[in-house]
Design a protein around this ligand. Structure first.
Ligand SMILES: [Zn+2]
Length: 261
């Protein structure tokens, strides 16, 4: 039997972290954790700067694009941003579009999901792509992308009807990697990441997980509060396949893959 020791540190990173108007990013990712999305499937437009995401997100995105048979219809507009880059985008937009517009479509530096390396803005490929509000329609390959994305760990983050929950206006171009099976649970229930974490917080804990059925196998998802600086020690079989992600609001979510014997 192995042991995992969870501390406050675990709440700051992982694919389920909330980076929102209420919760700023606590731990900037390292550059070695990032990878370019460009290659055989996605190509940059001439003069376009590189688009980086966390390595596991690049792998999932390219698998998704291959799965839907994407040729060159989809363009990657913006991925990982450093604090400095987010500040430059903010300043540039205030100068060009004014503060009201900027507050609506650009996150305050420190509060952008793009700074986590888990978010990407995608566009319909074409001559002119709007950097702040790219066009990502809902027909053909773009619809297919949305239909298949949950199986690869992605969600459309800022949809109609959730503005009060996310604090962000509708952004049909902004996709977030939360990881499988969280993406599927969120899509099936039609809930935003904030609501999903709220649900796990309320209904689960170590020993009474949310059970996600995956064919004959299942995944047990438990939310553990680490708010008061306490440590949690979990017993885990040495052969267990599991993942830990922080929520960035005080919890760690532990997912354990179980197989029918
Ligand atoms: Zn975005």
């Amino acid at each position: 039997m192995g042991k995992i020791v969870l501390t406050k540190e675990h709440t700051y990173s992982g694919s389920l972290i909330l980076v929102t108007p209420d919760f700023s990013l606590q731990k900037e990712p390292e550059m070695w954790e990032m990878k370019s999305v460009f290659g055989r499937i996605l190509r940059p437009a001439s003069g376009q700067p590189d688009v980086l995401l966390r390595k596991e997100v690049v792998i999932a995105l390219l698998r998704l694009l291959a799965d839907i048979g994407c040729k060159e219809e989809i363009a990657a507009v913006s991925g990982f941003r450093t604090q400095k880059e987010q500040q430059e985008i903010w300043n540039g937009s205030v100068k060009q579009n004014g503060e009201a517009f900027t507050r609506k479509f650009v996150a305050v530096p420190g509060h952008s999901e793009h700074q986590s390396g888990y978010a990407i803005d995608l566009a319909e490929n074409g001559e002119e792509i709007d950097f702040i509000c790219p066009e990502f329609p809902n027909f053909g390959i773009f619809r297919k992308f949305r239909e298949r994305m949950a199986d690869f760990g992605f969600v459309e983050r800022y949809v109609s009807g959730k503005e009060m929950i996310t604090g962000i206006g509708i952004e049909p171009w902004h996709f977030r990697y939360v990881g499988y099976p969280h993406s599927v649970i969120m899509a099936d229930r039609g809930i935003a990441l904030e609501e999903y974490i709220g649900l796990l917080r309320k209904e689960t804990g170590w020993g009474y997980p949310y059970i996600f059925r995956d064919g004959a196998d299942w995944i047990e998802i438990s939310c553990l509060s680490l708010e008061n600086g306490q440590e949690r020690v979990l017993e885990m079989p040495d052969t267990a396949v599991y993942q830990v992600s922080g929520t960035n609001e005080g919890c760690a979510v532990v997912s354990v893959w179980r197989k029918t014997a």
